[in-house]
Design a protein around this ligand. Structure first.
Ligand SMILES: [Zn+2]
Ligand SMILES: [Zn+2]
Ligand SMILES: [Zn+2]
Ligand SMILES: [Zn+2]
Length: 440
């Protein structure tokens, strides 16, 4: 029960942040936020990538330099379990090795001596009391300092990269004004402890750039790290993206067209993932990117005919409810009996079902017949293109992973086809995420 309560609490917290920061509302704030969302493109102006120059060949760009982006800065996630600062391997031993100069956890002496760590190490050494370095295993927000430091170092060492980075969109002012604790800590750390000759506003700006633009990728060691790219940052967000990103082990980013893209079309990736319901996508965007999405999927209460976030009406089960936005609240309504469900009720119900899934309550022994029955029950309450059905069917594939009996294979084939149908609505084209969601 503890888990469930915590999850519900987390969703509520996220949602209330969304409320505080502005969400899809039928009042003035909506349009302010819309403007903000659009202005990302407008601000880019002449720097905007000339998509007209990119060759589209059978729906996929040529795998040439134009479509590859090389990293400006690579580093650990801001909040991360302990990882080596050079090779990003996870650090799992209680008495882990530390760099003898800066005291940050590293996997070995050879990584501590690696050239990639040398410059940052000389700045971290200024922290005489080692107040910045993590001291024990477990997740810590202190890695935020490492990525920011790697960016700040560029000012002297690579002025061209610094300029590119400095021109990127930043939430620095907003973070500065809100006195966000990690923002304040970073500025104090580099100014007062490392005594870097750099303006406070520059640190505010750069941390804002990192939060707005860095992209997570998987390192060679399998850990998640983040990277700042010069071109990928121009890609806008859409909950129905036409461009997909794939990183290479070297940290390069390949941008691929998922569908045929005409000259002049807006290119968009998804900052949130496409397979979450509308309230999760919006709260993630507001929390991390400070805008409310008004893409064509979010504007359409049927989500382009998928009804992905909309359940059946509890009174007339043949009718799938539509959502609409009124006085800053999303509400679902039945077109037949006009009964309504609030976002709180919908989230609570999804949580109850998710909890049952996680607790193994629905699939029981995991036999194909038990799983089929459970999926049919979920389909009766939601429907076959609903988020909850997608989650349950992915869980079912995991359960059936090693079962190759005839009935299991038949069920897996059915699930794969249905998942494919869902993705045709929410993420058309050939994409990695689509493939992964089937392989789960
Ligand atoms: Zn290492
Ligand atoms: Zn060091
Ligand atoms: Zn959207
Ligand atoms: Zn109804």
């Amino acid at each position: 029960m503890g888990d469930k309560n915590q999850k519900t609490k987390k969703i509520r917290e996220n949602r209330s942040k969304w409320e505080k920061m502005g969400k899809i509302g039928a009042n003035g704030r909506k349009y302010e936020k819309m403007g903000e969302s659009r202005s990302k493109w407008e601000n880019i102006g002449e720097n905007r990538v000339k998509w007209e120059n990119i060759e589209v060949n059978g729906g996929k760009w040529e795998n040439s330099g134009k479509n590859r982006d090389e990293p400006l800065v690579i580093g650990p996630l801001g909040t991360s379990d302990l990882v080596c600062l050079s090779c990003y391997s996870p650090i799992l031993e209680e008495d882990f090795f530390k760099c003898p100069d800066c005291f940050w956890p590293m996997c070995s002496m050879s990584c501590a001596l690696d050239e990639s760590h040398a410059v940052e190490c000389s700045w971290l050494e200024e922290d005489k009391t080692h107040c910045g370095a993590p001291t024990c295993l477990g997740e810590t927000p202190r890695y935020d300092l490492i990525f920011i430091l790697r960016c700040l170092i560029l000012k002297e060492r690579n002025p061209k990269a610094w300029r590119i980075m400095f021109e990127m969109a930043s939430h620095g002012n907003r973070l500065k004004e809100s006195n966000e604790p990690h923002q304040v800590a970073a500025v104090r750390y580099f100014k007062d402890i490392c005594k870097m000759h750099i303006g406070e506003d520059e640190i505010h700006h750069i941390r804002g750039v990192v939060l707005a633009n860095a992209i997570e990728i998987r390192s060679k060691m399998g850990t998640i790290i983040k990277v700042l790219y010069p071109t990928v940052r121009f890609l806008n967000h859409s909950c129905i993206p036409n461009v997909h990103l794939t990183s290479t082990p070297e940290g390069h980013m390949e941008m691929r067209a998922a569908i045929d893209i005409n000259k002049g079309d807006e290119l968009a990736i998804s900052y949130t993932g496409t397979d979450s319901p509308v309230w999760e996508r919006q709260s993630c965007l507001v929390e991390n990117h400070f805008f409310t999405c008004m893409c064509k999927r979010c504007r359409d209460p049927t989500e382009l005919g998928s009804y992905f976030s909309s359940p059946r009406c509890p009174i007339c089960p043949s009718v799938i409810m539509h959502y609409f936005v009124q006085e800053e609240n999303i509400t679902w309504r039945c077109s037949k009996c006009h009964s309504e469900s609030s976002v709180d009720e919908i989230i609570q119900e999804i949580h109850d079902w998710t909890f049952r899934l996680e607790m193994n309550d629905l699939f029981g022994t995991g036999s194909p017949s038990k799983i089929s029955h459970a999926l049919a029950v979920i389909e009766q309450r939601f429907h076959i293109k609903h988020y909850m059905w997608l989650r349950a069917s992915q869980k079912a594939l995991q359960k059936l992973q090693y079962n190759n009996s005839f009935s299991a294979l038949k069920l897996k084939r059915y699930i794969w086809e249905k998942i494919n149908d869902i993705f045709d609505y929410i993420e058309p084209g050939i994409t990695r995420r689509k493939g992964k969601s089937i392989l789960l």
